[in-house]
Design a protein around this ligand. Structure first.
Ligand code: HEC
Length: 163
């Protein structure tokens, strides 16, 4: 009986599909490879796209709607991360502007004309003078910020308002 069992084991291990190498030949992504996209219909985990340059982000789209809840979350993140330069209302002239290149009014037509992805890319990688601000912000925070910037752009630029 014992002999048959041992023989069975030897035969089984001679199988063509060796279970010991299953983990080796798996479709895993290698280090520093672009993460796989989330399959359609799956619960979003907000895997972050890899960006080397702001231009890579121009065509990106928000994975969720820019509704009131998102914009209000964005307002809170904006207050913590952006208001020092862009001011609480987003119309520029924040206190950091006294010792740093002044940050523009986000309602200006030139910025209004940019795509959502471009604004997302600016947050992640910074601009010509703006430092990268993505650190510690997850996908949701970043797109909430984009949605808040769009709300600021629903108002008129400070320079065109009443004195
Ligand atoms: C240290 C100051 C500073 C902080 C903090 C800062 N910005 Fe800026 N931002 C600037 C300056 C200066 C510019 C204009 C020059 C440039 O494009 O880099 C700018 C430009 C921008 C533009 C327009 C870019 C373009 O090319 O037209 C957007 C949009 C923007 N900022 C959004 C944000 C958001 C959102 C945050 C917060 C996550 C933020 N900024 C934080 C200084 C800052």
């Amino acid at each position: 009986m014992l002999r048959e069992a041992a023989l069975g084991l030897v035969l089984a291990s001679g199988c063509a599909r060796d279970w010991r190498t299953d983990m080796w030949y798996q479709p895993a992504r290698q280090a520093r490879e672009t993460p796989r996209l989330e399959p359609a219909g799956s619960i979003p985990l907000f895997a972050r796209p890899r960006l080397d340059d702001r231009d890579d982000a121009v065509a990106l789209r928000a994975p969720f709607a820019g509704d009131e809840i998102s914009a209000e979350r964005g307002r809170a993140v904006f207050r913590d991360r952006c208001a020092g330069c862009h001011n609480l209302d987003g119309h520029g002239n924040g206190p950091v502007g006294r010792s740093f290149p002044p940050a523009p009014d986000l309602a200006l037509d030139t910025i209004r004309a940019k795509s959502d992805g471009y604004i997302y890319g600016t947050i992640a990688l910074g601009g010509r003078a703006m430092p990268p601000m993505g650190e510690g912000l997850d996908e949701r925070d970043r797109w909430d910020l984009v949605h808040f910037v769009r709300r600021v752009q629903g108002t008129i630029p400070a320079s065109q308002g009443c004195p």
